[in-house]
Design a protein around this ligand. Structure first.
Ligand code: C5P
Length: 221
């Protein structure tokens, strides 16, 4: 059986990880959530009182970190040096600081290297911002997932509600827009669609419809 690399990029909360997990499970591939790696470093930096602007200290901290994943039903657990941080890396303080951490070239260099090692043997679905452009430029299938900011904020709002967390839709919208702006305007590997990526607007599509479209693209490879 041929195993390929599937790269899924796009702005915040476009549904990348949801569809990536479903596809990886179906194909028996590895799922790699690269955003979780940037979040893990951000979490550790906050915990150690390291400024998000201090590239040197961030890289030093990162080199001491083993970031690992463990499958957990449809989801994935995340660990830093054996300590579980699955939920902690999704908290607002981490979310709002992660774009500053991920803007540093040396931070990206180290994490991209780790991501390329994970994907080296194929059979991987990887999601992030620069997978098709920088991490896996020769990936057989590249997807650029987008949705309107309103739709993305609403999805996140409902997801939070289902976890019993009440958030303001307006605040969510602003946070998503801010993060997209920072991720698209940084100097090193900004969020941008790879030339050979297939653009999918998921605004009026269900998860299953998005998965089916990507499945078709994988099948013809
Ligand atoms: O995918 P997620 O929203 O969890 O990513 C969190 C943040 O990590 C992004 O907003 C971005 O700043 C950074 N990131 C990145 N490159 C990737 C994946 C994530 O810069 N490949």
């Amino acid at each position: 059986k041929k195993t390929i690399q599937v790269a899924i990029d796009g702005p915040a909360s476009a549904g990348k990880s949801t569809v990536a997990k479903i596809l990886a499970k179906e194909l028996g591939y590895i799922y790699c959530d690269t955003g979780a790696m940037y979040r893990a470093l951000t979490y550790q930096a906050i915990k150690n009182n390291i400024e998000v602007t201090d590239e040197k200290q961030l890289v030093h901290l990162l080199k001491e970190m083993i970031i690992s994943f463990e499958p957990n039903k449809g989801n994935q657990k995340v660990f830093i040096n054996g300590e579980e941080v699955t939920d902690a890396i999704r908290l607002t303080d981490v979310t709002n600081a992660v774009s500053a951490v991920s803007a540093h070239g040396e931070v990206r260099k180290e994490l991209v290297k780790r991501q390329q090692e994970i994907a080296a043997h194929g059979g991987v679905v990887m999601d992030g911002r620069d997978i098709g452009t920088a991490v896996l430029p020769t990936a057989e299938v590249k997807i650029f997932l987008i949705a309107s900011v309103e739709e993305r904020a609403e999805r996140r709002y409902k997801e939070n509600l289902s976890k019993g967390i009440l958030t303001s839709l307006e605040v969510l919208k602003q946070e998503i827009a801010d993060r997209d702006y920072k991720d698209s305007h940084r100097e090193v590997s900004p969020l941008t669609q790879a030339q050979d990526a297939v653009r999918l607007d998921t605004t009026s599509l269900t998860i299953e419809q998005v998965v089916e479209k990507i499945r078709e693209l994988i099948q013809i490879k």
